[in-house]
Structures are given as C-alpha cells and as structure tokens.
Write a protein that binds this ligand. Structure first.
Ligand SMILES: [Zn+2]
Length: 335
C-alpha cells in the first residue's frame, strides 16, 4: 500500500468529517436561533442529567428517579412536537458522513485494535487497480440493466438451450441478486460467467460490484492476464509490486477476474491461479471472500484449457451462468 497515498486519503476523509460536522452544527444553530424553546428544553434535559448523576453519586436515587424519568419523557415529547411542526427529524441535526461505518475517520476501532475502514481500502483499490473499470459503475448498474435487449425467441439449435436468451438472462439476474443478498453466507456459491463477448458479462459484474460497494464491501477488478502478470512480477521480486498489493487479491471481499482465457498460460500461472481461487474459497479467518470469474471460453474449452484442480473448484463452488444470445451492444446502439 502506498503510504503517502494512504495519508492523502485519510487527510481528505478528515476534511470531509470536519465539513459534515460544521454543516450539521450550522443547521442546528439556525433552527435553534429561530426556536428558542428548543434550546431551553436541551438545557433543562442537560441539567436533569447532571442532577441524576449527582443523585447516583450521593446514593440517593429512590423516589426522585421516577420524577426524573417522567420529566425527561415530557420534555422529549415537547421537543419532538416542535420539530415535527418544523418538518425536521432529530437525526437531521446529526452530521451526514460519507461513510456511516467509520463516520469519516477512516478507522474502525474496537477494544483490541484499530483497522483501516473499507471506504479507505476501496479508494486505494480504485486508484491502484480499478482505474479503468470502476468509472463505469455510474452507468452500469441494475437500474440500467436492459433484459429486454435479449431475444424472447427460443432457438434450441442455435443456442443449445430450451429457453430464450431473455428467460436465461432473467434467471442469471436472479442468481446475481441472490449472490448479493447472501454474500455473507459461506454456503452462497461464487459466480462463473461464460459466453461470447457482448452478452453483458462485464456489465452484470459491474452491477454486482456497485451493489456490494454500496453495502460497504471492498471490490477489486482485474483482468485475468494483468492479475497473473502482477503476481508473477511479485514472485520475481519486481520493486513496483508490494506485498500488500499481492495480499489484496486474497483479502478483498469481492474479486472480479475478468476475461479468463485471454492470458498466455504457463504452469507457474496455473499454480498461482489455483492458489487464488482455492485460498479465496477457504474463507480464512472467518472473513467471507467471494469471486466472480468471467470468460469468453465455452465450458468445454475452459475445462480443456485449465488444470483439473482448477476445473473441479469451479464446478464445485461456483454457480455457472452461461450467457447466450446476440451481441446486445449492437442492439443498444440501435435503440
Ligand atoms: Zn469508512
């Protein structure tokens, strides 16, 4: 991980945090200025809280506590009523952080350690590897996924299937949606997309990536050839490949390996590919990692190209989705 890049991202996050907090503070001040009663209620609530603490310290919380609770409840109700009339929710006064998980601190801290939040990790991934692809996510998501571009005619001879390309893509879409909602379950299988170019494999991978990013997961996109070259460079100790960069391929929540089958294979790459696929299946340290592999190879070609160990992993632990139909890119440009 590039440490100066990490510092820059954390500094940016800090600025966002400060801006969100100032905006929230200003908004609250503005409302309170016009509605003096709100400040009065807050002040009374604060002084009750102080008296409560005082009472507890004095070990004297018998009958008084009841009065406190009713008073607090009444005040809170009154406050809610005022806010309701103004059309404001109490949560509107809270800062709107870009990342609700780390509240824009960039870190998640528990009693043992503090780790970098996924929002920062994802930014690093985007800058370091997802450069070309991640920008497409605004355009390529479930909202823009057009299943109507796929033919609703069954052509068993041509596609070797007794359902239409449209029914097929709807089935695949459902598998993808289940993959997203069950992402955290170890028994939910990974995805293997096969089929010719122009049938929406990368598009659908992007739809899934977008949904998972929105859920705070980390996503790393790599074409198979670049990924394997990167690993081999790392193995040979090339300076530009850090251990973190290599490790990310194993740790990222969702790894998308695009265009499997276009790389130039050798036995070393086979071993590395197997290692990645297999390690990610083991979900080490109870950290669920999932993988989407897409390939233009037919299943037959895929199985004859790759080592038996890889093939058996793919069959056993991947939902195999075969895309078929006519190139939808041509139809899309026509509509
Ligand atoms: Zn965060």
């Amino acid at each position: 991980m590039d440490s100066s890049l990490l510092k820059t991202l954390l500094r940016e996050k800090e600025q966002k945090k400060i801006r969100a907090e100032i905006t929230a503070e200003n908004f609250k001040n503005e409302i309170y200025k016009k509605n003096k009663k709100l400040q009065e209620i807050d002040d009374t609530l604060n002084s009750i809280a102080l008296s409560k603490i005082h009472n507890i310290l004095q070990n004297n919380n018998k009958d008084l506590s009841f009065d406190f609770e009713t008073k607090i409840l009444d005040l809170k109700k009154e406050k809610q009523k005022i806010l309701f009339l103004l059309g404001i929710k109490e949560t509107d006064f809270e800062p709107h952080y870009e990342c609700s998980i780390c509240k824009d601190t960039g870190y998640i801290t528990n009693s043992y350690e503090s780790t970098i939040c996924n929002c920062i990790k994802q930014k690093l991934f985007d800058l370091e590897y997802n450069k070309s692809n991640i920008n497409n996510l605004e355009k390529e998501n479930f909202g823009t996924f057009r299943t109507d571009l796929y033919s609703d005619k069954i052509d068993e001879k041509k596609y070797n299937a007794n359902i239409s390309p449209q029914t097929n893509i709807l089935n695949i879409k459902e598998i993808a949606e289940n993959f997203i909602s069950n992402f955290d379950y170890p028994e939910e299988k990974n995805l293997l997309f096969t089929g010719n170019t122009g049938l929406g494999k990368t598009f659908l991978s992007n739809c899934i990536a977008k949904e998972l990013l929105d859920k705070g997961k980390t996503v790393l996109y790599q074409t198979s050839s670049i990924m394997l070259d990167t690993i081999i460079d790392y193995r040979f100790g090339k300076e530009n490949i850090s251990k973190e960069l290599y490790q990310n391929l194993f740790d990222v929540d969702l790894l998308i390996i695009d265009d499997l089958g276009t790389e130039c294979m050798n036995s070393m790459k086979f071993t590395e590919l197997f290692n990645i696929i297999n390690t990610r299946l083991l979900n080490q340290n109870s950290h669920i990692t999932k993988t989407i592999i897409s390939t233009n190879l037919s299943l037959q070609n895929l199985f004859s190209t790759y080592d038996e160990r890889i093939v058996s992993r793919l069959i056993g632990s991947y939902n195999i989705c075969r895309f078929f139909g006519e190139d939808i890119r041509l139809k899309k440009s026509a509509t």
